[in-house]
Design a protein. Sequence first.
Length: 188
Amino acid sequence: MLDEFAEYLHERFNYGHTSAAALYEELRVPGYRGSYSSVREYLRPLRTIGAAPAGKQIPKVRRITSSMLRHPDNLTDDEQIRLKQVLASCPHLEATAGHVTSLAEMLTERLGEQLNSWMSAVATDDLPHLHRFVRGLESDHAAVRNGLTLPYSSGAVDGHANRIKMLKRQMYGRAGFDLLRKRILLSH
């Protein structure tokens, strides 16, 4: 929670404002929602070694993957710039992003005929995490290719199965099969 306020904390600490309580109150004004103890714990090492200016913050993994998996049109300008900076700093991540983008294009535009070339491109790169994913696709290649090509979907059937499992979990240990059957039939 303090990541976005780290630069401010370092700056204030360097100017001699070392009271955790005072800094906590200052942080609440721009929107800090964390606890006083978090601020105190953050300042503890600064008291022993002294505060240097806050370094450039590395984005969280969740933020990077979220930006990589979203359509570029749905990213703000700042998010696009940050993503380009992160990808430029790591060639493996840039290659992964390229493969993810081309797979997303295959999924959304039903381009199953490009699956084999995509899998070959992934195999030539040094990306072990994607190699495992490709091995999983190879184990059921025909079904994956059909799923990327044909307009048919089992989404409705899967949705009903998921709904039935949810009802079953809600009733676990409370009632028998007869009540479960009635709830399934009446909730339809």
